[in-house]
Design a protein around this ligand. Structure first.
Ligand SMILES: Nc1ncnc2c1ncn2[C@@H]1O[C@H](COP(=O)(O)OP(=O)(O)OP(=O)(O)O)[C@@H](O)[C@H]1O
Ligand SMILES: [Mg+2]
Length: 241
């Protein structure tokens, strides 16, 4: 069974602060893994290390069996790592379709214009953006913006999609739509590693959940099991009190 992602003893410090401390886990091909934990637990740091925005102080990151921790972000994109940000950043003056074409052309070197255009049409269908394809990105609603951010990551043809709180700010009905959309993405064989504070979305989507607290992994397993874990409950209650 091919392993999509392996993280071994991954660590990152900011000055004196241990943002991530010896975290290890494995993600299989096509699996949906959620990363949860209280504010400041190290979730975004973990994603930034995997996507290449940050370099680790220690540990290893294997993507499809290859060490990637030393590679710049674009080389990781070419190998099949796609990332959507919490803060959406399309090219506002370009249309939705043009934004996706940029991702499709630069996400994989050697992609022809024809291949890119065909793939963009599929992504437009998959993400429900087809009716908006000729609209300038600047004219989208918040929900459409989030779809575009996801679509831009998909346009690069990822094997693994990294998502940092992409559902924040959505209404409950919209969260349900986003969950259905991500299920369609996974049905295409794409693995998803997502950070989310909205527990209904975690429960509905995740095959397994990794829980971080103070930079350490404190639990891992199916949602129902980690939700019952005393260490996990304490980590959340401790912060809220
Ligand atoms: N660039 C940075 N420089 C210094 N400290 C940082 C930096 N990025 C993150 N930190 C610190 O590292 C710790 C982990 O931050 P991180 O953003 O990974 O947490 P998080 O789990 O994503 O939290 P949240 O749920 O609030 O998004 C926090 O204490 C944070 O203040
Ligand atoms: Mg974060």
């Amino acid at each position: 069974m091919a392993r999509l992602l392996e993280v071994h003893a991954l660590s990152k410090r900011f000055l004196g602060l241990r943002a991530l401390n010896g975290v290890s886990f494995v993600q299989e091909e096509g699996e949906i893994l959620a990363v949860i934990g209280p504010n400041g637990a190290g979730k975004s740091t973990l994603l930034n290390l995997i996507s290449g925005l940050l370099r680790p102080d220690g540990g290893r990151i294997l993507f499809q069996g290859e060490e990637i921790a030393h590679l710049p972000p674009e080389a990781r994109t070419w190998r099949g790592l796609g990332r959507a940000f919490q803060i959406v950043s399309p090219f506002p003056e370009l249309t939705v379709r043009e934004n996706l074409l940029v991702g499709a052309l630069f996400g994989k070197p050697g992609t022809s214009r024809k291949e890119a255009e065909a793939w963009v049409e599929e992504v437009l269908e998959l993400t429900g953006l087809w009716p908006k394809r000729e609209a300038p990105a600047s004219e989208l609603t918040l929900l459409e913006d989030k779809r575009l951010e996801l679509a831009r990551a998909l346009a690069t043809r990822p094997r693994l999609l990294l998502l940092d709180e992409v559902m924040a700010g959505l209404r409950p009905k919209e969260v349900g739509e986003a969950v259905e959309l991500l299920k369609r993405v996974r049905a295409q064989g794409v693995g998803i590693l997502f950070i989310e504070h909205l527990m209904p979305a975690v429960r509905a989507l995740a095959d397994r959940v990794v829980v971080l607290d103070h930079g350490e992994k404190i639990a891992e397993g199916p949602y129902e099991a980690v939700a019952q874990d005393p260490r996990v409950r304490e980590a959340y209650l401790g912060r809220k009190a």
